[in-house]
Design a protein around this ligand. Structure first.
Ligand SMILES: [Zn+2]
Length: 367
């Protein structure tokens, strides 16, 4: 059996991998796979399970409550009693998110963005468990769970820690634990590309640091003996933002404004009025049939979704403000492609993000 090192680099698209130049000699075999519609919560679940969002049910951080829901977020609508300048502040929202996670025993990623307080009465958080600890995501098993069940030693970098601490520790941990499967999660590239865009001044320094850490982790894995396969995989790339659109009151009454899309719930007439209002912005309207064709979980994330053209963002949105780089466009957009790179040849059949999980299982012989 081979030992496997999976390095998940948030926002590593083909263009972003190219920009590393010759600094990643440990993964000479390169490829590109089509990403999923949505954001990291959907892409990460897809990589870990090998299933599409329609199957594992993850796409964005916030979803509409399902029938029989447990009112997880409803208490937060009382944030609306605070003045907006106070309840929208990041430290306030972070503290409330931490309190909610502790109170309800949530081990997954909890963030509250700038969601208007009244929307908490109908919104839900699908991600409640730690994706890396869970046996399954929405009924789809993860390759980490399969590896653990097969008795393999696994190591996952603790995502709750800051990047420097998490990656600084990874090489030492891997040397000591000699895992059969190591999963290393890198977030700094996504962060700097959102802040500065692909041509930003700080991007080069971040790439240099990431390359050094990947080298250290690769060496640590090799020190454990046997044949080691390294796979580097992204979840999407990054588009430079060239247009900022204030969403105003466009869309349906029940709407969620993400940075690149507006997700809407409502009756046929209300949706049609919203469609006519939004289409002049140059984006794409996804109704029922198109949502299914894009592997979007039914209704949970919208009766209809309006996706902005690549390079445009909504600001203010419910998840953040302005940014120089963004992802989350249609799957056909160049920035929706994710890079794959490996120490070993990759099969031509690896064409979309869903294909990565099966390949990982095959390397570990836990398929
Ligand atoms: Zn991002």
């Amino acid at each position: 059996m081979r030992r496997l090192l999976v390095i998940f680099v948030d926002a590593l698209g083909p263009a972003q991998l190219e920009a590393f130049g010759g600094r990643l000699p440990m993964v000479p075999e390169r490829g590109a796979v089509r990403g999923v519609l949505g954001y990291s919560s959907g892409a990460l679940a897809t990589v870990l399970t090998g299933e599409s969002p329609a199957q594992h049910g993850r796409m964005c951080l916030f979803a509409h409550q399902a029938p029989g829901h447990d009112h997880l977020l409803s208490p937060l609508k009382w944030l609306g009693l605070l003045p907006r300048w106070l309840h929208e502040r990041s430290p306030v929202r972070r503290r409330v998110a931490r309190a909610l996670a502790a109170w309800r025993g949530l081990s997954g990623y909890v963030a509250l963005g700038r969601v208007p307080p009244e929307a908490f009465s109908w919104l839900d958080l699908p991600e409640r468990d730690d994706l890396f600890e869970a046996d399954e995501i929405g009924g789809a098993r993860t390759f980490l769970a399969d590896a653990r069940d097969a008795g393999l030693r696994t190591y996952v970098t603790p995502w709750q820690r800051p990047e420097d601490e998490r990656l600084g520790q990874a090489a030492a941990d891997i040397r000591r634990e000699r895992p059969d499967l190591a999963f290393v999660y890198v977030t700094a590239l996504d962060g700097v590309l959102h802040r500065e865009g692909n041509g930003g001044r700080g991007v080069e320094a971040v790439r240099r640091t990431i390359a050094q850490r990947i080298e250290a982790v690769t060496e640590a894995m090799a020190a454990g003996g046997g044949e080691v396969v390294t796979l580097m995989v992204g979840d999407h790339g990054m588009a430079d933002v060239d247009r900022v659109i204030d969403p105003g009151t466009r869309g349906t009454r029940r709407r969620f404004v993400d940075s690149t899309m507006m997700r809407m719930w409502g009756g046929a007439n209300e949706l049609e009025a919203a469609r006519r209002e939004l289409l002049p912005l140059g984006g794409t309207w996804l109704g029922g049939a198109e949502l299914a064709a894009n592997d979007v979980p039914q209704r949970t994330y919208g009766d209809a979704i309006y996706v902005l053209p690549e390079g445009s963002i909504f600001s203010p949105s419910y998840v953040g403000g302005r940014a120089a780089g963004m992802h989350g466009y249609l799957r056909q957009a160049p920035s929706a492609m994710a890079a794959v790179a490996s120490s070993h040849a990759l099969p031509a059949s690896m064409r979309q993000l869903e294909d990565v999980g099966g390949w990982v299982r095959a390397q570990l012989e836990v398929a």
